[in-house]
Design a protein around this ligand. Structure first.
Ligand SMILES: Cc1cc2nc3c(=O)[nH]c(=O)nc-3n(C[C@H](O)[C@H](O)[C@H](O)COP(=O)(O)OP(=O)(O)OC[C@H]3O[C@@H](n4cnc5c(N)ncnc54)[C@H](O)[C@@H]3O)c2cc1C
Length: 374
């Protein structure tokens, strides 16, 4: 990391500490999924910390990937409420830059960079998650655009979204199911969209079932060429899978566990367990930085991203297990004790770590294909 990164890291840390000190937010585990706060997203936008790598003409800062990496690493370490802009800034913005029309770039990117735009990713469906190319949601051609009908499931932040990006079938697959798919952008509120909450184990409302009933989308809001949606979504998923959020969801708990270990008597077992976790964290971080560097060169490191996510999400679950085993507590979301609280948050969220963004078994298949083994 160069001098600019060191200075940037100090600035971000100072900002986050002052937000915590003044009650701007309370740190939580899995904050990039649970902690949606538009006001906080706007503060990041005002500081130029969203869309940092995008061209200045579209509201970005033209800064290198490694600087964005520093910002998101600090936000995740602090357990800051970043879920509102996460999908938009992480994957939709870069996909628009790569595949979007001039109109989309001009109108959709700057609001994301300001922290003013929430996107919901409508890819999964009932019975269709891992085998994404089998989506049944259809968009049929009508004058001036398309009409979408179908049901999507697990749409994170869909109830707060300004836009929904929807993977649909727009023409028959004719034996090759990856063909004939398209990515359409629906601006909310749109006639024909109904949204039903699906509660997490904790009772929180984070994701949704979304039904599209003949929802109209104009031609100008097809991302990429009609029928080429698979190419767009695989690039989108590389951005979704490779970042530090894939190994930092339980970071506030890891930090708290270290604090607890440091306060107690010297203990060989906790040193060994924590030492092993930290060396894994360091390796994951190096891998994720390697992926960011490949993205900086304009490459689509799908295999590498899948590897980071498979190893990283298992690490997140292992942090929760190690914390429980080293310092047994009765997990409680209502506890005043930070450690006990973080254990509860991490454990209740752990079924999601290896599932969201593509299940680990599927990722291993991608790695095997990337290595030429299948
Ligand atoms: C917290 C959370 C947030 C999410 N947010 C979104 C979102 O915003 N937008 C969105 O579109 N989706 C979202 N998802 C959905 C997520 O992408 C899917 O859950 C995931 O792709 C798996 O699909 P599925 O749930 O249909 O499981 P299935 O595909 O039914 O898989 C179930 C199990 O079977 C295994 N399996 C399936 N196929 C194979 C195979 N071929 N070989 C070996 N094993 C296999 C899987 O690995 C998994 O363990 C979210 C999920 C979670 C948990």
């Amino acid at each position: 990391m160069d001098g600019r990164c060191v200075q940037l890291r100090a600035e971000v840390r100072e900002f986050l500490q002052s937000e915590i000190d003044t009650g701007g937010f309370t740190p939580i585990c899995d904050s990039w999924l649970r902690g949606a706060d538009r006001g906080f997203s706007r503060k990041l936008g005002a500081r130029g910390w969203l869309g940092m790598t995008w061209p200045t003409q579209y509201g970005g800062q033209d800064r290198p990937q490694r600087e964005r990496f520093v910002v998101i690493e600090e936000l995740l370490a602090a357990g800051a409420p970043v879920a509102g802009h996460w999908v938009a800034e992480r994957q939709v913005g870069p996909s628009i830059l790569k595949y979007g029309s001039q109109e989309m770039k001009q109108n959709l990117l700057a609001p994301i960079a300001r922290g003013d735009s929430v996107f919901g990713a409508c890819y999964s469906e009932p019975d269709v998650g891992s085998d994404l190319a089998s989506v049944r949601t259809q968009a049929r051609r009508v004058e001036g655009g398309w009409r979408i009908s179908g049901t999507k499931l697990w749409t994170s932040q869909g109830h707060q979204a300004d836009h929904l990006i929807v993977l649909c079938r727009t023409s028959p697959s004719e034996g090759a199911k990856h063909r004939g798919l398209s990515m359409l952008i629906v601006t909310q509120p749109a006639t024909g969209v109904s949204i039903r909450p699906i509660r997490l184990l904790t009772g929180e409302h984070h994701f949704n079932e979304i039904v599209f009933d003949e929802v109209f989308v104009p031609d100008g809001r097809v991302l990429g060429e009609p029928g080429e949606g698979w190419r767009v979504i695989t690039g989108d998923l590389a951005f979704e899978r490779s970042g530090p959020e894939r190994f930092m969801s339980t970071h506030p708990l890891l930090a708290e566990m270290i604090r607890r270990a440091a306060q107690g008597p010297a203990d060989e077992r906790s040193r060994l367990v924590i030492g092993e976790l930290l060396s894994r964290l360091w390796a994951l971080r190096s891998m994720a930085m390697g992926v960011a560097a490949l993205m900086q060169k304009g490459e689509s490191p799908n295999t590498e991203a899948a590897m980071v996510k498979d190893l990283g999400t298992r690490f997140e679950g292992d942090v929760a297990q190690a914390a429980r085993s080293l310092f047994p507590v009765i997990p409680s979301l209502d506890s005043d004790d930070r450690f006990t609280n973080y254990v509860a948050q991490s454990v209740l969220h752990s079924p999601a770590y290896t599932l969201r963004g593509g299940a680990n078994e599927i990722l291993r298949g991608i790695v095997a294909r990337g290595l030429g083994l299948r």
